[in-house]
Write a protein that binds this ligand. Sequence first.
Ligand code: NAD
Length: 495
Amino acid sequence: MHPIIRHRIGGRPAAGQSTRTAPVWDPATGERRADVLLAEPADVDAAVRAARGALADWADTSVMRRARLLFAFRGLVEKHLDELARLVSAEHGKVLEDAKGELVRGLEVVDFACGIPQLLKGDYSDQVSTGVDLFSFRQPLGVCAGITPFNFPAMVPMWMHPIAIATGNTFVLKPSERDPSASDFVAELYTEAGLPDGVFNVVHGDKAAVDALLDHPDVAAVSFVGSTPVARYVHERATANGKRVQALGGAKNHAVVLPDADLENAAEHLVSAAYGSAGQRCMAISVAVAVGEAADPLVKLLRDRARAVKVGPGLAAGSEMGPLVSPEALSRVRGYLEAGVAAGAELVVDGRDISVEGDGFFLGPTLFDQVTPEMDVYRDEIFGPVLVVVRVDSLAEAIDLVNANSFANGAAVFTGSGRAARLFQRSVQAGMIGVNVPVPVPMAFHSFGGWKQSLFGSHHMHGPEGVAFYTRAKAVTSRWPEAAGEASFHFPTAV
Ligand code: NAD
């Protein structure tokens, strides 16, 4: 019998009507750590009702009290950062320092949300007509839902809930069923910080829980992060139900390396960006585009560094790269190694060569050279420790390649030329660009998001677009006349 991970509804653990469960693995050992409950529509309804019940009072709570609560929550996350990071590492498999890094990046969104009094300041225009003033401000949407992926079990939900809550909404989170525990811990910390019951709720589950959220009449907005097919589906179904939706999808991020780049530096960064978190990052570099004579030396440098990556359990000292998240992920990624070889790509480093003690879901860094755009290893998001090298003759060809790809999350260029970098940053069609920076994740006070198949909806996450997403604008025109004036039948114009 494994421990059961329950929902948290209205400030308390809840089993509700759920009878189905899913396994939660320790990816480093291959052992089953726990079972997580999978919500039925009735459980989702209970969470939405709890959020709906808490909404009026929370939306009416002064913006200063909301800010103070977020400061208290921030302090608690910081206090428990190590514990949270261990939980993330144990269920996801990523190395401990990486898990801590994810929490720090999540905390930055809380920092940003603590500034909500400043962020919600409205606009005021005095005397727009004689005796008439006009002001505009933003109000919360209502109950907001977050549906999140396994790869950042703490950070990605933190892109959403601190801002949703700071702006006066209540929230239902449906985290990934593969690493659910961090979300329950965060819910406990909100309660400890003094957040009223029902403002933040967690329901665990799979498609049934997601569908129930997308269809629920009392859910006003849905924030989703995950793979492209599910992002598209979530966007279509929830917008058809009249909800506001932002749905971030998958990625295939290219790093273009020009011959004038510092190749040692580029290789160093590409290896950490490709293999960090076993390649399970939406901003991982999965394609190196080697331009002209950069190719041969770059592949050699990548090969040597890829072979030197220390693969081991995420919680073991010295590990640089942990396992994949699940047995299914391991067999899917191994399938791509076979597909790449069958398609004629050159397997320079074979991740199947490593061995780690036990039955963990390990695969070593893998490097393919001579990859072409029609191969599956180029076209598909593999989401594992696989870096493919595509060789091109010029920067223009590299930019065309990046722009022909249907994914458009991030793209990076490594170069010593300001002019080349400027051309790249202006002409590449992607939401986030790095110049000699391989993983250009914007800070919390800017917004995060891709283009094309990497984002469905019009709002990026956190930063100013996060505040805009979780609020709607209201404009008030007011007059306090001393005596009754003359009303006119023509359309009002300023006098
Ligand atoms: P996923 O799409 O399988 O799951 C994401 C969420 O959707 C989970 O909560 C899951 O329970 C739910 N879900 C899964 N299948 C569903 C279905 N058929 N119907 C309804 N809901 C469903 O993604 P994942 O494997 O957990 O995460 C990896 C993916 O997330 C990668 O594609 C990665 O690029 C992407 N991602 C993108 C970003 C970004 O910012 N663009 C960030 C992190 C991860």
